[in-house]
Design a protein around this ligand. Structure first.
Ligand SMILES: Cc1cc2nc3c(=O)[nH]c(=O)nc-3n(C[C@H](O)[C@H](O)[C@H](O)COP(=O)(O)OP(=O)(O)OC[C@H]3O[C@@H](n4cnc5c(N)ncnc54)[C@H](O)[C@@H]3O)c2cc1C
Length: 395
């Protein structure tokens, strides 16, 4: 690669995949670098929901919820075989954190933000039907709401987006570890290791989509780009071979009334998640026994008969703004850090990867076009591209 590529994206999770796809479709030359495997990081360890995020209404993240619900609608169309709608059952007990009227109001708002569409509709499950709910504890149960969201296979979704990026011209390097980058006149000189061999190439713009590793990556760039203050928040899931239900349940944890999902998953059940601050190396994140106990306590209170042992447990890391409040109360909006031919993507959601990628490529294109205009004022810029509409691209 003697000539500088337009964009080098580090990180083959959903964010890196989205940017690579959107940039390639928009006509830019792109290299995507992933050290372990596609979706090996957080993007295979999420709750696998394509959702508006009902709980974010409580912290008034209305813009994010509206954007997520719009993206849900798009993904249900372009990835219909892996993004499937399902009913979520939300039981309200006497001691639940929210009153029935508050949840009804939240669901109404959720429906309005979804644009009054079918998938936003919600209902009440009549008491006579509570016994159909797979043994749900009905002591002190006051109300059961039903609303729709969608489930996916997060790793498969990421792989499909990457395949689409490749189809539109992106070069994929995996396993390939980003080692360092140094500023050069064209942009950056990047060093990567493939099978212990070090390769260098130039790129005009460098995108750090390293998820929980983003600050480690930023540390290896010279001059050092701005490093935002973030916390890594660990979320653990448990997998059971046995299926509790084909429906999804939105429960409240016994311990601290946080939301916990019980979801049908690969013919069995997925239970999660937790939220605890993590300070170690992202390569070494694992569930711990307190998290397993916390999740099982919630499950056993609400489904006392479901006493099977989990066959698998894993943990992933969210990147959230640093702070002293509960992780639950912190913004889930993506954060961009831009400087000198560099763009880093911190946080965000699987559901809105397309919208995030669109915003990132907008920033990159603008900066490439400005650079072309500055160096060759009388010539047509090389990067006179329009951003492609990925909502039209089937996955
Ligand atoms: C427990 C949990 C549950 C969640 N549930 C949901 C949900 O249900 N719905 C939803 O919308 N969102 C959910 N999210 C959020 C969503 O999963 C994340 O926002 C998203 O997966 C982050 O993707 P990413 O590409 O930024 O990071 P990652 O997927 O972690 O990707 C970063 C990649 O960078 C690679 N990398 C690191 N260092 C290097 C290097 N030196 N060289 C090359 N590659 C490198 C890593 O191997 C990794 O593959 C959840 C998050 C968590 C933690």
């Amino acid at each position: 690669m003697a000539q500088a590529v337009d964009i080098c994206v580090i990180g083959g999770g959903i964010q890196g995949a989205g940017v690579a796809q959107s940039a390639a479709l928009s006509g830019l030359s792109v290299v995507l670098v992933e050290k372990t495997g596609w979706a090996a990081g957080t993007s295979s360890k999420s709750s696998k929901l394509i959702h508006g995020g009902l709980r974010y209404l409580e912290t008034l993240q209305l813009g994010l919820v509206r954007e997520s619900l719009r993206e849900r609608r798009t993904l249900l169309k372009i990835a219909e075989d892996i993004v499937k709608p399902n009913w979520f059952y939300l039981p309200i007990y006497k001691n639940s954190r929210h009153r029935v009227w508050q949840v009804r109001l939240g669901l109404l708002l959720y429906w309005l933000l979804a644009g009054w569409n079918n998938h936003g509709a919600f209902k009440t499950l009549p008491q006579a039907k509570w016994e159909e709910l797979e043994g749900l504890n009905t002591a002190d149960l006051k109300h059961v709401f039903m609303y729709q969201d969608a489930q996916t296979n997060d790793a498969e979704l990421t792989r499909r987006v990457i395949a689409s990026a490749e189809e539109h011209g992106a070069t994929l390097l995996c396993p390939a570890t980003f080692l360092s980058a140094e500023k050069c006149p064209e942009g950056y000189m990047v060093s990567i290791a493939i099978n212990r061999q070090i390769t260098t190439f130039k790129c005009r713009r460098l995108v750090n989509a390293g998820g929980p590793w983003a600050n480690q990556i930023a540390d290896s760039i010279a001059p050092k780009p701005p490093i935002p203050s973030v916390d890594l928040v660990k979320g653990t899931h448990l997998q059971f071979t046995e299926q509790l239900s084909p429906r999804c349940f939105y429960l409240e944890a016994q311990h601290d009334q946080r939301p916990v999902f019980v979801l049908p998953y690969q013919g069995g059940t997925l239970l999660g998640t937790t939220e605890t601050i993590f300070t170690g190396d992202p390569d070494q994140v694992n569930p711990d026994s307190n998290e397993v106990d916390y999740l099982l306590e919630t499950l056993h209170y609400q489904f006392p008969h479901f006493q099977y042992k989990p066959v698998n447990a894993w943990a992933g890391l969210r990147v959230l703004p640093a702070g002293h409040t509960d992780a639950f109360r912190r913004s889930r909006e993506v954060q961009f850090v831009e400087s000198d031919d560099y763009l880093a993507i911190y946080g965000g959601k699987l559901t809105v990867y397309r919208a995030t990628a669109h915003k990132a490529v907008e920033v990159l294109l603008r900066s490439l076009q400005l650079a072309d205009a500055a160096t060759r004022p009388n010539m047509k810029p090389d990067t006179a591209f329009e951003i492609a509409d990925t909502a039209q691209v089937k996955l």
